[in-house]
Design a protein around this ligand. Sequence first.
Ligand code: FO1
Length: 332
Amino acid sequence: MGLMRIVVLAGGVGGARFVRGLREAVRRAPAGSELADASIDVIVNTGDDWWLAGLRITPDLDSMLYTLSGQNDEVRGWGRVGESERVSGELQAYGVTPEWFTLGDLDLGTHIARSAWLREGLTPSDVVARLHDRWDLGGVRLHPATDHEIDTHVWVASDTGAEEDMHFQEWWTRYRAQVPALRFEQRGVERATPSPGALAALSAADVVLIAPSNPVVSIGTILGIPGMRDAVLAANAPIVGVSPIIAGSAVRGMADACLTTIGVATDAAAVARHYGSRSEAGLLDAWLVGVEDESLVAELRADGIAAAAVPLWMRDLDTAAALAEATVEAAR
Ligand code: FO1
């Protein structure tokens, strides 16, 4: 068996846990099996990125980087383990950063390095490659979905009833997605193109996996980059998605608020239909729901989506590895 090239589309925390499980499944696969020889390329959402205090912050890429290198804060989900926040206190006292967004001291090192490299003229892809040089990601290669800035803005109704927008980070971390969003705007997306690494990975892919990430502001943003959806579909590979919704609630994060905004129910079958079956101009060849949602499998199959129910909760490395293995199995 030759090398199996796996490409994953992913957002931050949930995506990182899934990819860590996939890496573990590859490590555990019996020698000589197809999975044992697999490579993993991850196309990471950049729609949460923003400029703050003159620094480029890329939460999803950093969650991947920190999780795969064992540096992430598992309790909060984001940021570095063993973090201190001395500089952030100063920045907040100066009013340079808002009190609802904390940049840890160690994390700031990453942001300063990235911003310095961007100012030297490196692309976001080049920056990710440099960050790779320092951290051992166990063979996983990360690619920003695009090298263009496509920061997400959220439109809401103001007190006067007029529409106003705020950066996604303010809506998500300050308001915890509790202010109803009228719509999401990926600013600049029309000029964006997929990153070279993303396109190269897709053109060589044997399997494409859609991580259990936010279908709207993570996976939706990636697929909304002009040319990305076509590149995913053009890959000579089955496309398998994992539901981020179990028994009608978001596994983590506030995906339900995002789904409501685009008129999709917070339900594993509704998200599958939103991605669509490849046989009907959609994306999916197969879709995994939780064992809690076993009853949805028959209706999805009737809609042309090969669905299966498997344990979806990634409680630890074992459960994440088992889920990843089931996903690759579904692709076969
Ligand atoms: N999330 C928070 O809820 N509060 C924070 O202060 C915060 C700081 C932060 C700093 C750097 C970074 O990369 C991420 C950070 N996050 C914070 C997480 C975060 O931005 C969101 O959870 C994601 O963008 C949603 O995927």
